[in-house]
Design a protein around this ligand. Structure first.
Ligand code: FES
Length: 128
């Protein structure tokens, strides 16, 4: 079966104008953030408020996600940059989230994807 697209000239590669230096996805799915099950909070309202007031999306795109998969390590976050993808688990408490917020501020100020804070290294894991 053919369609009009099959016979057309190859399309140009897709591009987007929305290109922040980095993106972070915070899981808030079936496990992450389920405080009623005794799991740590994902401070979504706080994160959104800071991202909005400081326009941090221009440095790090904020995404609140459904289940990202590794539910045995709540709370999970994924950082995506041109350098690659890093997974973090067992995020819990202000120290973790404050470090991420400060990192996002620094990425915005620098206009580039900076390395994640060393303090979060114990929370990094290999997903695949
Ligand atoms: S709910 Fe977060 S990884 Fe599944």
């Amino acid at each position: 079966m053919t369609s009009d697209q099959d016979s057309a000239a190859p399309a140009a590669p897709l591009t987007t104008k929305v290109k922040p230096p980095a993106q972070i996805l915070f899981c808030k799915g079936c496990c992450c953030g389920k405080t009623e099950r005794g799991l740590p909070e994902v401070p979504v309202d706080r994160l959104k408020a800071i991202w909005k007031s400081e326009k941090l999306n221009k440095g790090v795109q904020l995404t609140i996600s459904g289940c990202l998969g590794p539910c045995d390590l709540p709370n999970v976050a994924v950082v995506v940059t041109p350098q690659g993808t890093e997974w973090y688990g067992r995020l819990d408490g202000d120290a973790h989230y404050d470090a991420i917020i400060d990192w996002a501020r620094a990425c915005l100020a620098e206009g580039s994807a900076l390395p994640m804070p060393k303090s979060l290294e114990p929370n990094r894991f290999e997903r695949f």
